[in-house]
Design a binder for this molecule. Structure first.
Ligand SMILES: Cc1cc2nc3c(=O)[nH]c(=O)nc-3n(C[C@H](O)[C@H](O)[C@H](O)COP(=O)(O)OP(=O)(O)OC[C@H]3O[C@@H](n4cnc5c(N)ncnc54)[C@H](O)[C@@H]3O)c2cc1C
Length: 495
């Protein structure tokens, strides 16, 4: 079984799936000089866009690698977000970031830009190639793929399953995908409209059903419709233009002149989470690891953020810079994020799909009123956007004589403006574009702080913060991980 081919194309990491998650991790691995083979079943990019929302934290991660402007240039900034389409919007303005918004950008464009970045970085992308068999050996992983009816063999020390919700990598690795089967579905159509809502976007929820309309450019609109009488139709039953139109009339009294649908589909509230994100030399990222009701525009974002979490760790191991045990932190950190994602989307589907009676409407109004509380609004805005994620344990190690400043551990940082010793202004993110750790020595005392990391993997900068951040007073040095999270902030231990 193991040696199913005579010859293999060798690389350092094989990625199965060139969706947003697979392409992001391929770029991260390539940044560290790894040879990366990406296998993608589709011979051409997908034209339809599931995701339209890129959250600010994902834009921030792209900024850490110096490519955010490519995406911003093709998107539109939306200053607020939504939780379960409640009337009170989520406010991103209180978040300390250069990107306090969601970027409205179709998934097809995101994938196009990611693919261009991957290919220019030197990722080997095998389109039209289906991964059919996988085997783990003592030292690596073998994959048998098929392209144009011919078999192709691939080998590498590690494999990443970025192959979406029906992941064959997950199944082959024997990783359970626990959760809840679909109980209800929602209709979705990307359609042209001759009489769109006056403001373009529209959100309605009443006892008659739910409707959300989002402009997609020109006279193209996305309509998401919840028809209480059609919620039990399975995802597999094709949606017709007539059914969508009739459902819109039921909820809104009109169909806004919809015609020429580009894409008609249904999605469900099936919710699942992989039991483990790692099985020896195999890792799961993105939809392969989590599946949920698509509310709040999160799945692609969490997938790309999974990729940013695993990429530098795996690159460090393959490059011999760190012990293999670091790889366990991927599950430890991201499984918890996946569980929170499943939970918040289940809460949203409950608020959306159970609201077609007076009690359901009262519950929605109550939650909408609660969201007017700034602290609650801020917390949910941080949770949905990914800005609020903080990892609990430092990974960089350190020598003695230093006291941690725990409130900083694991938090992401904005692009702090820095002043070097000559008074020159530096951008923190620009210093991190090579994907290495960054040790920021802020004070004279901080110049002695040295983490227990391979020096080839750490950029050291002596710089003060240009903008005073009260929360940093007393901090002598900050060690940042390659994904822009604080590993640890320290002060001299005088105790
Ligand atoms: C209606 C809707 C709206 C959404 N809106 C948003 C949103 O606004 N924001 C957001 O963040 N998320 C949104 N999502 C979720 C988002 O689309 C997904 O989370 C995202 O596509 C996951 O990316 P991925 O790369 O992990 O998986 P996928 O995009 O599913 O990519 C997996 C890739 O693997 C390939 N593949 C599979 N099996 C094999 C194989 N055996 N061999 C080779 N290749 C293989 C597939 O062809 C595919 O290209 C939405 C989803 C839906 C349904």
């Amino acid at each position: 079984m193991l040696d199913f081919m005579k010859t293999y194309i060798k690389s350092d990491v094989i990625v199965i799936g060139a969706g947003p998650t697979g392409l992001t991790i391929a770029c991260e691995l390539r940044l560290a000089g790894l040879r990366v083979a990406v296998l993608e079943r589709r011979s051409a990019p997908v034209a339809q866009s599931r995701a339209l929302t890129m959250h600010g934290r994902t834009v921030e991660m792209l900024a850490l690698r110096g490519v955010a402007e490519r995406f911003i240039g093709h998107g539109m900034k939306i200053l607020t977000g939504h939780f379960a389409s409640l009337d009170t919007r989520l406010d991103f303005s209180g978040i300390d970031t250069a990107f306090p918004y969601t970027l409205f950008i179709p998934q097809s464009m995101t994938e196009h830009l990611l693919e261009a970045w991957a290919v220019e970085s030197g990722v080997a992308l095998y389109r039209g190639t289906v991964a059919e068999q996988i085997a783990q050996t003592k030292n690596g992983v073998l994959v048998k793929g098929t392209r144009d009816g011919k078999s192709l063999g691939f080998s590498a020390p590690y494999l990443i399953g970025a192959d979406g919700a029906r992941s064959m990598v997950r199944e082959t690795a024997g990783i359970a995908f626990e959760g809840h089967a679909a109980t209800r579905t929602v209709m979705m159509g990307d359609v042209h409209m001759s009489a769109p809502p006056p403001k373009g976007a529209l959100s309605l929820e009443s006892e008659a059903g739910g409707l959300m309309i989002v402009p997609m450019g020109g006279d193209l609109y996305r309509a998401i419709v919840i028809n209480p009488e059609r919620m039990h139709v399975p995802v597999s039953e094709a949606l017709t233009q007539e059914e969508l139109s009739a459902s819109m009339r039921q909820v809104a009294g009109q169909d806004f002149g919809m015609h020429e649908p580009l894409w008609l589909s249904r999605f469900s509230n099936e919710s699942r989470l992989a039991e483990r994100y790692r099985q020896d030399r195999v890792f799961l990222v993105g939809d392969a690891a989590h599946m949920h009701f698509p509310a709040g525009g999160q799945g692609m974002n969490v997938g790309m953020q999974d990729a940013m979490n695993l990429g530098w760790k795996l690159a460090g191991v393959v490059n011999g810079l760190v012990s293999e045990s670091l790889l366990d932190s991927y599950h430890a950190e991201r499984h918890e994020v996946g569980a929170a994602l499943v939970q918040n989307t289940m809460a949203q589907s409950s608020l959306l799909l159970n609201s077609f009676d007076p009690e359901g409407q009262a519950l929605r109004r109550t939650f909408s009123a609660l969201l007017k509380l700034p602290a609650l609004n801020h917390t949910l805005a941080q949770d949905l956007s990914g800005f609020g994620i903080a990892y609990s344990a430092p990974l960089g190690g350190s020598v003695g004589g230093w006291a941690p400043v725990p409130e900083w551990t694991g938090r992401r940082v904005p692009d702090w403006p820095l002043l070097d010793r000559q008074g020159k202004l530096l951008s923190l993110y620009t210093l991190m574009q090579d994907g290495k750790w960054l040790l920021l020595r802020i004070t004279e005392a901080g110049a002695r702080f040295t983490p227990d990391l391979d020096p080839r993997w750490v950029t050291i900068v002596h710089a003060a913060l240009d903008r005073r951040d009260e929360r940093l007073s007393g901090v002598d040095a900050v060690l940042l991980r390659p994904d822009g999270h604080v590993d640890q902030a320290v002060r001299v231990d005088i105790g």
